[in-house]
Design a protein around this ligand. Sequence first.
Ligand SMILES: [Zn+2]
Length: 127
Amino acid sequence: MAAIRGRDTAPELLVRRFLHGCGFRYALHRRDLPGQPDLVFPARRTVVFVHGCFWHWHGCALSRLPQTRRQFWEAKLSANRRRDAAARRALRRDGWQVLTVWQCELERRPVEVLGALAAGLLSGGVT
Ligand SMILES: [Zn+2]
């Protein structure tokens, strides 16, 4: 499950299609970087994470815990959150700009979220 859940999700595909259409070029899931960012823009020294709200425990309505096995889920998802935070810290320490897109925000306000993402990319590194 760990190998599947973060890959090629609908929100991620939307982000990829949009950025590719804007002319941005990227690498996917670079294993040599902390947290294996979903998209990597080496020349801009920028990475993008597209986070599913449940697995990354956003705290919004989409990330409500299941009714059963709550302790299990709480432990698992809080470990995911800690791992995400550690990856962000490590990337920033190495000079990367880290941009995060949340599933719920992308669904609610796609134009604003994608526009902010493109602006963040343009502000990072060289062209
Ligand atoms: Zn959310």
